[in-house]
Design a protein around this ligand. Structure first.
Ligand code: PHB
Length: 384
């Protein structure tokens, strides 16, 4: 009797300690679940959850709990939305988002509050440039990277005069900036930069302008629903067989089902593609197909790798999100075993990775070569 009372007392005493040690890890998932980028947010979450499921639902021993928020890809609501997750919901880590304008607001909130932030898509150059911070990481790319790789490809393929067309916001501007940098270094010239506000899809007047200019090629950044429509409109305007369309790979990623014949043959550059000879990709694809009954795209890979990076950082910090130096040290030292191929994280916390050249064949973005190996974002203005 006495013994069992003592045991009970111990159990009562120990229980809160144990549950404290095992406190759930609250992950704030701030992604677009509506609008032109909705499918991208969904793929990122699926990738993230797949990695987590492979770890038995735990990161650094802590069970994961999600708080989800639809950011609508709306920069005007982004600061309030990120603050809600950090201050009201007390998340331990922020994971998001797709849209660069929203991501910049998230980075500011993360910086001001010291919250760990992992960006599973948005390529905003500023986030790993002037705004870079010990607690901010990206598992995806900088907008500059695919653009820079494609500028070299376009020049090598003999283009001299190119027109660019994109949405007028950070992602479009920076993608075009990367393209222009390498293309003009190689002797080419961007003769006209066309744009329309995000997320508009009234492409017709701009396509008419392209037809009148008759450049050697067109470089484009669009993604999600807007990318589907742009590729279809480009073909419908009769431009597909006349003026080669080159793009950052988002123009044909996760979109081929809807684009069909209008996308066939398009050349793009990106850090992922179909037919990679990467063992990790084969197991990832099989697991993704089994879990969701669909093939993964670049966004799913970035979500998966965001979860991997979080695990690498938190494992090194014993699950303690406040140990920012330990987390950063482990992530920067890691070789990340990604479906895209192994990559590392540079000093500015952006992936250093191969940029593949891909061509659309059927429903695949078939990898036909490496456009630029181990490409690092220059991290201009980043002081850490
Ligand atoms: C961005 O806003 O940075 C962005 C959005 C969608 C993409 C790529 C980049 O597919």
């Amino acid at each position: 009797m006495k013994r069992s009372i003592i045991a009970l007392a111990f159990a009562v005493l120990l229980f809160p300690l144990q549950s404290m040690g095992q406190a759930k890890l609250k992950v704030g998932l701030m992604l677009p679940y509506s609008g032109t980028y909705a499918a991208l947010g969904d793929a990122i979450e699926k990738g993230f959850r797949l990695y987590l499921a492979e770890q038995g639902g735990r990161i650094a021993g802590r069970e994961v709990e999600f708080v989800k928020l639809d950011d609508e890809s709306d920069p005007a609501k982004a600061t309030d939305n990120a603050n809600k997750l950090v201050k009201r919901d007390n998340v331990d880590v922020l994971v998001g988002t797709v849209h660069s304008g929203v991501a910049m607001a998230m980075a500011k909130v993360a910086k001001d509050n010291g919250t760990l932030l992992i960006i599973p898509n948005a390529g905003a150059v500023a986030v790993t440039g002037p705004m870079c911070a010990e607690n901010i990481f990206r598992s995806s790319f900088s907008n500059w990277q695919p653009g820079y790789a494609m500028g070299e490809v376009a020049a090598k393929r003999g283009a001299k005069k190119v027109v660019t067309i994109t949405w007028k916001y950070a992602a479009g501007d920076e993608s075009v900036g990367g393209f222009k940098e390498s293309f003009e270094k190689a002797g080419g010239q961007v003769v006209k930069e066309l744009s329309l506000p995000f997320p508009n899809v009234e492409f017709q007047p701009l396509l008419t302008e392209i037809a009148a200019i008759k450049p050697d090629a067109v470089y484009t950044f669009f993604a999600g629903g807007g990318a589907v429509k742009f590729v279809k409109d480009y073909a419908a305007a009769g431009l597909k067989d006349k003026i080669p369309l080159y793009g950052a790979g988002f123009i044909t990623d996760g979109t081929l089902e809807a684009q069909g014949a209008d996308a066939q043959g398009l050349l793009t550059t990106l850090h992922y593609g179909d037919g990679l000879d990467v063992p990790k990709d084969k197991t990832f694809r099989a697991a993704y197909a089994k879990a969701y009954g669909a093939q993964p795209d670049v966004y799913a890979v970035q979500g998966y790798d965001a979860a991997q990076m979080l695990a690498i950082g938190l494992n090194a910090a014993g699950g303690d999100v406040s140990k920012k130096a330990e987390i950063a040290k482990a992530i920067v030292a890691a070789k990340i075993d990604s479906p895209r191929g192994t990559f590392t994280i540079g000093a500015n916390h952006n992936p250093v990775q191969d940029m593949y050249l891909r061509q659309v064949v059927g429903k695949d973005n078939k990898v036909i070569g490496v456009a630029t190996p181990a490409l690092a974002d220059p991290g201009r203005g980043c002081k850490m």
